[in-house]
Design a protein around this ligand. Structure first.
Ligand code: BEZ
Length: 330
């Protein structure tokens, strides 16, 4: 709620002119896009947000959810948010970090010890304070963070040490921090959007993928693997976004309602991953595939190399590492 108060204050001046002509609330069917498939936790959260907004507004507002990249990839959806052609999105912070470099600090390797720790970091004031950058830098309003657990490696070939990653064609989500991590490991990182991953792994277009436990299990990526490396090497945050243009045209009441409810539902995804991550990992372990559990030492100098690169690119890396230290073992 504190965050929404801040949002309302911050946007008030810029949107005064718009508000004066649109102060009467007008019914709207908001369009919300995401890249995740219909059964995914993010998509379910988007639908629950829409249902609650509709109820809270007495049916005045509704939300139509477009999952599975129906409105385009995340870069395209971000452009649509900027122009006001799209109202809302639940988006990877990865895509946002391509436009606002400070957000890259969330991908500091081994920032979080486990998924609950990742949740505490994302709920810190240092983390949520970053959302203030979004209207000016990206043309969107960030209501709050969610996530998709921690990252693992699924490989068609055996991986006994980090040396085995050298030269490996390894699928990554298209964003810079993860590219830098796998480059530091000598791999051949291959940026590829989520919907293309299953076929690429199945037909050997890539040797390995960087992925989270939910999708490894639910979308059965493990079926095409020799080895699953549970490395928990990075968190994978998500952010609830509203087009700044659309936001400027909303009444104060609608902003408060939309901001609060969207924040609640994106934040709820953090609790879902905390509750479910271990169960997915246990089921993956039971598939009979080679399952290796490794820690940061497995990756040798790559973690320090990444920190060296990103302490230049993101001004909040040290602050976020401090938050991580303060919130460890709670
Ligand atoms: C991915 O690119 O791996 C990804 C994107 C959205 C949700 C989960 C994973």
């Amino acid at each position: 709620m504190k965050r929404i108060g801040k949002l309302l204050g911050g946007m008030a001046v810029a949107s005064m002119a718009v508000l004066s002509v649109t102060s009467a609330a007008s019914a709207k069917d908001f369009r919300l896009g995401l890249i995740t498939p219909p059964p995914h936790i993010w998509t379910k959260a988007a639908e629950a947000f829409g249902a609650e907004l509709s109820e809270a507004s007495g049916g005045e507002h509704s939300v139509t959810v477009f999952p599975a990249r129906q409105l385009g990839n995340e870069a395209q959806m971000l452009q649509q948010l900027q122009s006001g052609a799209l109202d809302m999105a639940f988006m990877t912070v990865a895509e946002v970090s391509n436009r606002a470099k400070d957000f890259g600090a969330f991908y500091a390797p081994f920032l979080a010890d486990d998924v609950a720790h990742a949740g505490r970091i994302l709920r810190s004031e240092t983390a949520t304070g970053l959302l203030d950058q979004l209207p000016a830098k990206v043309g969107v309003v960030g209501t709050g963070f969610g996530m998709a657990g921690l990252r693992q490696i699924v490989s068609r070939v055996a991986i006994d040490s980090a040396d085995d990653l050298s030269g490996l064609k390894l699928r990554i989500t298209p964003f810079e921090p993860i590219l830098d991590f796998y480059n530091a490991l000598g791999a051949a990182p291959t940026p590829m959007p989520l919907p293309d991953v299953y076929d690429a792994l199945a037909n050997g277009q890539v040797d390995a993928i960087d992925m989270d436990a939910e999708l490894i299990w639910v979308l059965k990526y493990y079926e095409h693997a020799d080895t699953i490396v549970q490395s928990d090497h990075m968190m994978f945050p998500m952010v609830g976004l509203v087009s700044a243009k659309v936001w400027a045209g909303l009444s104060e009441e609608d902003r408060a309602r939309i901001g609060t409810l969207m924040a609640k539902h994106v934040d709820g995804t953090i609790d879902s991953y905390i509750a479910k991550e271990q169960g997915w990992l246990d089921q993956i372990k039971e598939t009979g595939k080679t399952y290796k559990e490794v820690d940061r030492t497995f990756f040798g100098d790559a973690v320090a190399e990444w920190d060296g690169i990103w302490s230049e690119k993101s001004s909040v890396l040290d602050a976020l590492r401090e938050v991580a230290e303060d919130t460890a073992n709670q």
